[in-house]
Design a protein around this ligand. Structure first.
Ligand SMILES: Cc1ncc(C[n+]2csc(CCOP(=O)(O)OP(=O)(O)O)c2C)c(N)n1
Length: 347
């Protein structure tokens, strides 16, 4: 079962065949811009001292995150990680709630219990990460098993980085998913650095997707700067899983364009590497594609850009207006009964 290297997406017709209309295409662009905008503003808020602790950015990963999330169905679930802001945005987490999360405010998804990356929204099918990577991967496999047992046509998507993919929980989760042919799609965001460790010190296979053969399912390597190629591969994998065809391992290749978090200047990454990948910037690449293939006009582009700018501005204001949590509520919400989850997934 040789790993397949996904070809790029070409024409508008090819994209329509993959299930996207023009409105969807512009929506994807908007989501990518919001994703980058939230992270750029987050970085600034951190430097202004308004976000305590740290802040993680996924610059360069927007196409990968938005592409996969666009391919998910409304009832599917996902476990995104620290580089996957685009998943939260695409699933409908409002930016002001993300800012509120990082500022530790009561309106953040964790209601001020956490001021960091551990955010999710069960109503939107997103399950919050824990820091011990890739601990959410077996959780996603468990959700896939639950869907199988309940005979629900739903799929779980699990993300991890290439560094995290070397740990035991990744192998165990993928193996179980393979053995039971569970409806799970694994996405390895291969951004080439696990903190300061480069890929040649992380693994000895050519592609991480090669490992899929060892678990008995398909692997595919996709250019993570090409949002439409990511979308197409994710959709194929998700629909295959939904139809009972078992898991797929998607390796999405990008470069982490900033440090591990805002406190890290990435001095260990060769400058030429940044320069090379900056020329493949996923947003710029998609913008060019939209103009050349979907006739995105100046007016349309201006409207989208201005709308995103306005949204970010209002979002920060709204987040800053949200209070810090009342210490008396410290223990509220740390455990949820099934009945308390007002979500279509937990009737
Ligand atoms: C089990 C475990 N070990 C170490 C860490 C600290 N840590 C957090 S992110 C990270 C790098 C992970 O690299 P990768 O999986 O490639 O993801 P990336 O950060 O590059 O997106 C490390 C070492 C952790 N969170 N969990």
């Amino acid at each position: 079962m040789a790993v397949r290297e996904a070809e790029p997406v070409g024409s508008l017709q090819e994209v329509k065949d993959a299930g996207l209309d023009r409105e969807d295409l512009l929506g994807i662009y908007r989501n990518m811009l919001i994703t980058r905008g939230v992270e750029e503003r987050g970085h600034i808020l951190y430097k202004q001292g308004k976000i305590p602790g740290s802040f993680y950015t996924g610059r360069g990963n927007e196409a990968s995150a938005v592409g996969v999330a666009t391919a998910m169905g409304a009832d599917d679930v996902g476990c995104p990680l620290q580089r996957d802001m685009g998943v939260h945005i695409t699933r409908g987490v409002e930016p002001w709630r993300i800012f509120a999360q990082y500022m530790g405010r009561v309106d953040g998804p964790t209601h001020g219990r956490d001021g960091n990356v551990h955010l999710g929204d069960a109503n939107l099918g997103l399950h919050a990460m824990v820091s011990h990577l890739p601990a959410m991967l077996p959780v996603a496999v468990g959700m896939g098993l639950a869907f199988r047992i309940r005979e629900e046509r739903r799929v779980a998507v699990a993300w991890c980085g290439e560094g995290a993919s070397a740990r035991g929980d990744a192998h165990e989760g993928m193996n179980l998913a393979g053995v039971r042919r569970l409806p799970v799609v694994f996405v390895i965001d291969n951004n080439q650095w696990a903190y300061s460790t480069p890929t040649y010190l992380e693994y000895a296979v050519e592609h991480l997707a090669d490992r899929a053969a060892a678990y008995g399912f398909d692997g595919v390597v996709v250019d993570g700067t090409d949002v439409l190629a990511v979308y197409r591969e994710a959709r194929r994998a998700i629909e295959k899983a939904r139809e009972g065809g078992g898991p797929t391992l998607i390796e999405s290749l990008t470069l982490r364009m900033e440090g591990h978090a805002v406190h890290d200047d990435a001095f260990y990454v060769p400058r030429e590497m940044f320069e090379e990948w900056a020329r493949r910037d996923p947003i710029e690449r998609y913008r060019t594609w939209l103009r050349d293939n979907a006739s995105m006009s100046d007016d349309e582009e201006d409207e989208i850009t201005a709308g995103v700018k306005r949204l970010l501005h209002e979002s920060i204001e709204r987040a800053e207006a949200s209070p810090l949590p009342d210490p008396a509520t410290l223990l509220d919400g740390v455990f949820a009964e099934q009945d308390e989850l007002e979500t279509p997934h937990h009737k």
